[in-house]
Design a protein. Structure first.
Length: 108
């Protein structure tokens, strides 16, 4: 099985921070030090750098997200550790309830 090529998000976000948002470097440093950035880390970096966007852009971005198995398991662990229902997790991570239900059926 061939591994799919991914953009180098560390380099991309490091360049953005250095060129346009040097005042946010300390805030994002811990995430950028990670060896591998998960989809959740990338979303967190994006929010820290650019802030929360308006609702139409948020909706568009939700359609373009993809999560690998480790990200899904991390979200499910978050749900278990915080003892919250699918709706609360979906709202926290910007997912749909149906996605959460599907993931729970697949992985638990």
């Amino acid at each position: 099985m061939k591994k799919q090529n991914q953009p180098n998000y560390k380099l991309i976000y490091s360049d953005i921070i250095e060129q346009k948002f040097p005042h946010k470097k300390a805030e994002c440093e811990k995430l950028l030090e990670k060896k591998i950035l998960s989809a959740l880390d990338i979303l967190e970096l994006n929010n820290r750098i650019f802030g929360i966007k308006d609702q139409t852009l948020k909706k568009m971005n939700k359609k373009l997200r993809s999560y690998n198995e480790s990200d899904i398991l991390r979200i499910l662990d978050y749900q278990k550790n915080h003892r919250i229902n699918n709706l609360q997790v979906a709202k926290h991570f910007g997912l749909s309830r149906n996605t959460m239900t599907k993931w729970r059926k697949m992985y638990q």
